[in-house]
Design a protein around this ligand. Structure first.
Ligand SMILES: Cc1cc2nc3c(=O)[nH]c(=O)nc-3n(C[C@H](O)[C@H](O)[C@H](O)COP(=O)(O)OP(=O)(O)OC[C@H]3O[C@@H](n4cnc5c(N)ncnc54)[C@H](O)[C@@H]3O)c2cc1C
Length: 390
């Protein structure tokens, strides 16, 4: 991959494989790589550059504070080898689109024919006085809180989403599991969710949202919707509009997400990478993006995977495979963990809102994984099956 600038993709000889450089080692990066290995293996030469050596199954981290087993971690190298791709350890520093080269933070340069940016979002603590939901240390953050509830020291909690929603599910999952734990122990706990959404999990559409609302009510969780919260101290939430005040013992909040640190291409609001309906980055040649790093407002692994599939189809077509590019037309699948059975939510998304909304207590997609990804989900399911046999 390292070396001189690339020839124009359109003029390259058919015998040469298209060099694809994927930046990131998370859901969107792996889904892009697996999709390309299926759609255009003979036309593409894929390399993945990431700083991490493991892929962490982030959605299951919410169960760790409740003494379930740890979220699964998969070494990256064998996944990448299975796809015939090359793993490069490193971090993107900046991009020079004119020469189709990236420069790493360690000052190496790597040339590409097509670049895929799948480097996720950066996580910022939204409220100084709240516990922040951050999967890198969630067990540590939440475990003390659960112990204090079990010890009878805490009786009023608020779960708060700031102005822009980070990932949709974990706030609700943590509220439901915490309330369930208190109920099982016969402890009186008042739990309130404060969210800017017009109804609970509104992006999953009306019927799923109403069913989630009923589920929250049964769990004795109050919800304040269409609300913008401030947390002036560890024991107070101010709800706007209306300047209503909630007195609580602790506040748990979603973080605020920002776009990743990428230099050399124009960025959108809050630093997210702008993409068109084919997940191409506008105003630059041969650069695509997928996942939480993009300016699509819903940050969700299943949605990022669908962007990755769109990217892979476009690249496969560009590389010469007989594949037709598709526009991004997302459906969101959410497995909502509770203190009992999970609920399976699905909606087709339009303009960031769900319609054709569905909720079920049995899986409605296959495999029924937390991250509904066309290639990654069955691939990981097979890896899990193999590891239970060994
Ligand atoms: C607690 C929690 C629960 C969730 N629950 C669900 C759920 O139930 N279902 C669902 O679908 N989604 C869920 N999500 C959201 C989902 O995990 C994210 O949407 C998904 O991980 C985003 O994938 P990504 O590949 O875009 O980014 P990431 O997973 O963040 O991966 C980014 C990758 O890029 C790498 N990287 C970063 N900077 C650089 C750089 N400069 N150069 C090279 N590589 C770089 C990182 O090391 C990482 O490998 C949840 C998230 C959390 C935190």
């Amino acid at each position: 991959m390292s070396g001189n600038a690339s020839p124009d993709v359109s003029t390259r000889p058919q015998s040469e494989k298209l060099r694809i450089l994927i930046v990131g080692g998370g859901v969107a990066a792996l889904e892009t790589m697996l999709a390309l290995a299926d759609l255009a293996p003979e036309y593409t030469d894929v390399a993945v550059i990431a700083p991490n050596t493991e892929f962490v199954y982030r959605p299951m981290v919410v169960r760790e504070p409740f003494a379930y087993s740890a979220a699964r971690r998969y070494p990256l190298a064998p996944i990448i080898a299975d796809c015939g791709a090359t793993l490069l350890r490193g971090e993107l520093g900046w991009i020079d689109p004119a020469t189709q080269t990236i420069h790493t933070k360690a000052d190496e340069s790597l040339a590409y024919d097509v670049l895929v940016l799948a480097l996720g979002a950066s996580i910022d603590k939204r409220y100084k006085h709240a516990l922040t939901i951050d999967d890198r240390d969630l067990d540590e953050t939440m475990r003390g809180l659960i112990q204090d509830i079990e010890g009878g020291y805490l009786h009023k909690l608020a779960f708060v989403a700031g102005g822009r929603m980070a990932w949709p599910l974990p706030l609700y999952e943590l509220a439901l599991m915490t309330a369930g734990r208190a109920y099982d122990m016969g402890i009186d706990l008042q739990t309130t969710i404060v969210t800017p959404e017009s109804s609970p999990l509104a992006i999953f559409g009306q019927s799923a949202s109403s069913a989630v609302g009923a589920m929250l009510a049964r769990a004795n969780i109050a919800t304040v919707n269409s609300a913008y919260a401030e947390v002036p101290s560890a024991r107070e939430v101010v709800i706007n509009p209306g300047d209503r005040r909630l007195e609580v013992d602790r506040v748990v909040a979603l973080p605020e997400l920002f776009g990743p640190e990428v230099h050399g291409i124009p960025l959108g609001e809050h630093g997210f990478i702008r993409v068109d309906p084919y997940c191409r980055v506008p105003d630059v040649e041969h650069i695509y993006a997928a996942g939480d790093a993009t300016d699509f407002p819903i940050k969700h692994g299943g949605v990022g995977s669908q962007q990755a599939d769109v990217v892979a189809r476009s690249i496969a077509a560009l590389a010469g495979a007989s594949v037709t590019p598709d526009r991004f037309n997302p459906t969101i699948h959410g497995m909502l963990l509770t203190d009992g059975k999970p609920a399976y939510l699905t909606a087709h998304l339009t303009g960031g809102h769900g319609f054709s909304s569905e909720i079920s207590d049995t899986p409605t997609w296959s495999p029924p994984s937390k991250i509904a990804a066309k290639y990654l989900a069955p691939y990981l399911q097979e890896r899990d099956r193999e590891s239970t046999l060994t």
